[in-house]
Each structure stands twice: as structure tokens, then as C-alpha cells.
Design a protein around this ligand. Structure first.
Ligand code: C2O
Length: 552
């Protein structure tokens, strides 16, 4: 194992994917930012220098951060932000996982342009659990707005001006007609596509004309090889897939389009964003490239089929069997209601209110003067409460949304709190996530920091403990750090809380962060110093000091 060192310089840069020049915060002047390559077992050291005009943190999305939760980069959860003209060095071991992940700013909106690939290859001498590819190709899907990132909150969630493939909008957009992401291939060779959905707010279908791919990993955990012609990725998900150039020499489009699971909201730009696969020997004069036939953007069944068919590679590298005994069972409802608009705020709810997302009727409020993990470590009172509510399974009316039930109404007016759920070290947690669809039934991609979880089952309608508990896949369930909870449906997750610290669990639609579809777990210390939260590095950024908190 070695030490891999990187410098991420956050600075403003001018880019022009469409017709307008736009100043964006960038890392090292590029969009997407640099790819970070490590091998499993390496120590990653990343110096972040912030010369932008924003407060930032960098989060290593999907990295376990075993015994290094201070390095998780969750703004106001594990650290205060790195302020303009300051720096911070992240240092952590990357162990127990292989595949494709991403790094991104963990401050609302800024993830739009501050992100890049994080690729974890096996230790030297260890093979992939599939034939060695000829080449590896990162494919980063992004969402682009022709406005200042600071103003993104004022746009309805999924509507963007373009999608980008590796920073390029492609020929479906004005002023981008002659630019397209090109992938040059050699006939007969196999390529490992390392696919990342870095979009803020849209799930994406991805397809390649005339080619199938074999999925071999999702969220940096190997899967049973799965042959498919279409893939779906929620924001924050990654897929590793093998593509063999097994078609006649020629050119073939690849394309992404948004998957819009919400009913009743206008479907935004559905023209696919395209890239081009060019076989060696193909001539531009040969017939025009084949087009992939994209699913309709509201194709729930195609999305569900792909998501629910993935299974984990039993016995593969880093695979661990599902723990049978559950210590902590949680039922969590995910809601989206409306709150009155606070004074001097611009609110974008349908009647001028603001959206209030919730988990078990709690809208999460970010701490403001100290990170949650420091408040926990130093026993500072008044920052959070250990009162995340327990709740028995509830039922919702998915057929007739107008027929409100009592629990629906409660969810329209959630409580605003910084509430956490405390978990004993090493306990097995099972969570039933019930999507509710109070305003719209849409898929929410729920992301857990610090752990992978098993997805034991997916379903539509209400989760029924008697009926559905028997359907759990305890043999080879897929593992994820981000799961799309089906619109008007549910998932059952399980994870082992083997890592002390404070860990966010939140919707990875960036627009839903200010709505508060967030909670935090505090995983308590184990019995030994080795299994306890270490003290923070002395260089950890501090919030602008508030004497009422620091002097008490
Ligand atoms: Cu990729 Cu908390 O985020």
C-alpha cells in the first residue's frame, strides 16, 4: 500500500458549455475536476486550497472512512467549512472497497461543479473478479445551469439547461453542436466504463446503441455480472460496466436522459444528451451513427427492473454475508410538505411557501456554530437532540392522493429540529424506508455516509411487515451507499454500525437538502481506543467563533 497525494485547488474559472460564458467554482480549473486513482489499502492525502468565494468542504462519497470520520467532509456534521483563502488536508485510508466512487463538495449547490471521480483499484497483484479490460474509461454525468450556482435554489428542482458527459453538452444543445464526448474503441476489445451520476437532481437512464454492457459493480462493490442494454443511476450512484466493441466497425451514439419518477410535474428537457463511440477504422463518410432507443423519461418499470435485479457477488472481494440478527429496527417515512415562508426569504413552493421535507415528520436543521461531531465529542448541549422519533409502520393512500389520511396531514407540517439517532457500536440496523408522496410521489435517492448497506427488498405501495418481511433477500442482496426508494414504494436496508462517529443519511437530490430530508446517526464508541472516535486533527476548520458556545 502506498500514500497517494493530491492537490485540489478550488478557484473560479470561466467555462462555456452552451452559448454563455459562466464563472463557476472549479477544482484545478476543470469541469469535471481531476480523477483520483488509488488502490485498495492506500492512504489518500488531499490538500484542499480554497481560493473561491464560497465556504466549501469536500466529501468522499461512499468511502467508509473507517476510524477517520473527521475526514468525511460533511459540512457542519463532521467539520465546519473551509473558508475562502483557507486550506485543509484530508487524510484517510481507503480500505475494504473497490470500484468507482466520486468526490464532491458537500455544501448545497456547489456539488454542481465541484466533483470528480474517485477510482479504487485492487491492491497490486490482485485481479479484478472479471477479465482484465483493455482500457478503463470514466464517464461522469453532470447537470448544467446557465446561472450562478449560488442561485440554483431558485430554480425548480430537476430543470436544468443541459446535461453533460465528462463536461461536454453534445450536439443536442445550442452552441454545442460541434462538440461531443468521443470514445475511441478498437473492435474486439473490452472497456471498463466507470460511470458516475454527478447530477444534482436527476436520475438518469444511460444506453449505448447496438451494444449490451455487463454490470460488474455498483457503488464500489462487485455485483453478479448482469447483462443489460440500459442502466439507471440516481444522483450519487456509480456503476462499473464492461463494454465489448463487438459490433461492425462504425460509429454508435451513447445517450443519457433524465428519469422523472414524479407524477404531475412538467417533464423537462427530454432530448437525450449524446456522446459518440467511434470504432478504429470508421470513416466519417460512412453511414450516420446508430441511435439508442431511449426509454420514456417516466418509465418506472424499466428503472425498477434494473435497480431491483442487481445482486452482490457472493464470495467476491470484500463481500460479507448479511447479518441475520437485527439489533435496531427502524421504520422511516419520507415526506415533502409545505411550510410558511420565513420573512426576507424567497420561497418556491406552489403557493409561495417553502418545501419542508421530513423523515418521520422531522425536518433536519443544520447546526450553525459548531459541527455536530464536535458537539457530540465535547458534550456541548443545545446543538442537537437525541430524539429522532421511532415510528411503527404507517399506511398511505397511494391510489387517491386527495384522500388524505391523518398521517398525511401530520407530514404536511413537520417539526424543524436537529435530531439524531444514537446507535450502539457494532449493532445491526434495519431500516424500512417508506416513500409517501404527499406532494408528489417521486423516487428519493437516500445516501448513507460511512457505510454500505444491503438492500434486502424493494416494493411498491405500503410496506406490510407481515407480508414483506418474508421477501427479504438474505443471500445475495445488492449493496449500495445510495438507493433510489421507488416512487410510492419502499426499500428495506440493513447495515452494521461498526464505525464510531456522526454519519449523515440524506436524500441525494441536492434540492432536497435545504428541504431537510436528512437525519444523522451517532454511532457510539466501542470498548477499546481502537474502536472509539479519535480526537479531531488540530487543523480542523473552525466556524467563526461564537463566544456563547466556545466559552461555556
Ligand atoms: Cu454524496 Cu452527503 O453526499
Amino acid at each position: 500500500a502506498s500514500v497517494v497525494e493530491h492537490l485540489l485547488h478550488v478557484q473560479n474559472v470561466i467555462v462555456k458549455p452552451l452559448c454563455k460564458e459562466q464563472i463557476i467554482p472549479s477544482v484545478n480549473g476543470s469541469l469535471p475536476g481531476p480523477t483520483i486513482n488509488v488502490r485498495e489499502g492506500d492512504t489518500l492525502v488531499v490538500h484542499v486550497i480554497n481560493n473561491s468565494t464560497y465556504n466549501i468542504t469536500i466529501h468522499w462519497h461512499g468511502v467508509f472512512q473507517l476510524k477517520s470520520s473527521w475526514m468525511d467532509g460533511a459540512n457542519m456534521i463532521t467539520q465546519c467549512p473551509i473558508q475562502p483563502n483557507n486550506d485543509f488536508t484530508y487524510r484517510f485510508d481507503v480500505t475494504g472497497q473497490e470500484g468507482t466512487l466520486l468526490w464532491h463538495a458537500h455544501v448545497v449547490n456547489l456539488r454542481a461543479t465541484l466533483h470528480g471521480a474517485l477510482i479504487i483499484r485492487p491492491r497490486s497483484g490482485r485481479p479484478y473478479p472479471f477479465p482484465k479490460p483493455y482500457k478503463e474509461v470514466p464517464l461522469i454525468f453532470e447537470q448544467w445551469w446557465d446561472i450562478d450556482v449560488g442561485l440554483l435554489n431558485l430554480r425548480p428542482a430537476p430543470v436544468s439547461d443541459a446535461m453533460l458527459i465528462n463536461g461536454i453538452a453534445g450536439d443536442s444543445y445550442p452552441c454545442s453542436k460541434n462538440r461531443m464526448f468521443n470514445l475511441n474503441v478498437v473492435q474486439g476489445k473490452t472497456y471498463l466504463l466507470r460511470i458516475i451520476n454527478a447530477a444534482l437532481n436527476t436520475h438518469l437512464f444511460f444506453k449505448i446503441a447496438n451494444h449490451n454492457v455487463t454490470v460488474v459493480a455498483v457503488d464500489a462493490i462487485y455485483t453478479t455480472p448482469y447483462l443489460t442494454d440500459v442502466m439507471i443511476l440516481t444522483p450519487g450512484q456509480t456503476v462499473d460496466a464492461l463494454l465489448t466493441a463487438d459490433q461492425p466497425i462504425g460509429m454508435y451514439y451513447m445517450a443519457i436522459i433524465p428519469y422523472i419518477s414524479a407524477k404531475g410535474i412538467p417533464t423537462p428537457d427530454v432530448s437525450p444528451t449524446r456522446g459518440l463511440i467511434i470504432y478504429e477504422g470508421a470513416t466519417t463518410s460512412s453511414s450516420s451513427p446508430s441511435e439508442p432507443l431511449m426509454p420514456p423519461s417516466n418509465d418506472i418499470s424499466t428503472a425498477h427492473k434494473f435497480s431491483s435485479n442487481i445482486t452482490s457477488l457472493v464470495g467476491g472481494p470484500h463481500w460479507t454475508p448479511v447479518p441475520r440478527h437485527v439489533d435496531e429496527k427502524m421504520f422511516i417515512t419520507m415526506g415533502l410538505g409545505l411550510d410558511p415562508c420565513p420573512p426576507n426569504t424567497k420561497c418556491i413552493g406552489p403557493l409561495g411557501q417553502r418545501y419542508a421535507g421530513s423523515l418521520n415528520n422531522h425536518t433536519f436543521v443544520m447546526p450553525e456554530s459548531i459541527s455536530l461531531q464536535e458537539a457530540y465529542l465535547y458534550n456541548i448541549t443545545g446543538v442537537y437532540a437525541n430524539d429522532f422519533p421511532d415510528q411503527p409502520p404507517l399506511k398511505f393512500d397511494y391510489v387517491n392522493f386527495q384522500q388524505r389520511t391523518k398521517s398525511d396531514y401530520k407530514m404536511m407540517f413537520p417539526e424543524r429540529k436537529t435530531s439524531v439517532k444514537t446507535i450502539k457500536f457494532n449493532s445491526t440496523v434495519e431500516i424500512v424506508l417508506q416513500n409517501t408522496g404527499i406532494l408528489t410521489a417521486e423516487s428519493h435517492p437516500m445516501h448513507l455516509h460511512g457505510f454500505n448497506f444491503y438492500v434486502l427488498a424493494y416494493g411498491f405501495g405500503n410496506y406490510d411487515p407481515l407480508r414483506d418481511a418474508r421477501k427479504l433477500n438474505l443471500f445475495n442482496p445488492q449493496m449500495h451507499n445510495t438507493v433510489g426508494v421507488p416512487p410510492g414504494g419502499w426499500v428495506v436496508l440493513r447495515f452494521v454500525a461498526n464505525n464510531p462517529g456522526v454519519w449523515l443519511f440524506h436524500c441525494h437530490m441536492d434540492a432536497h437538502l435545504p428541504y431537510g430530508i436528512i437525519m444523522a446517526f451517532i454511532v457510539q464508541n466501542g470498548p477499546t481506543p481502537e474502536t472509539s472516535l479519535p480526537s479531531p486533527p488540530s487543523s480542523l476548520p473552525q466556524c467563526t467563533r461564537d463566544p456563547t458556545i466556545y466559552d461555556s
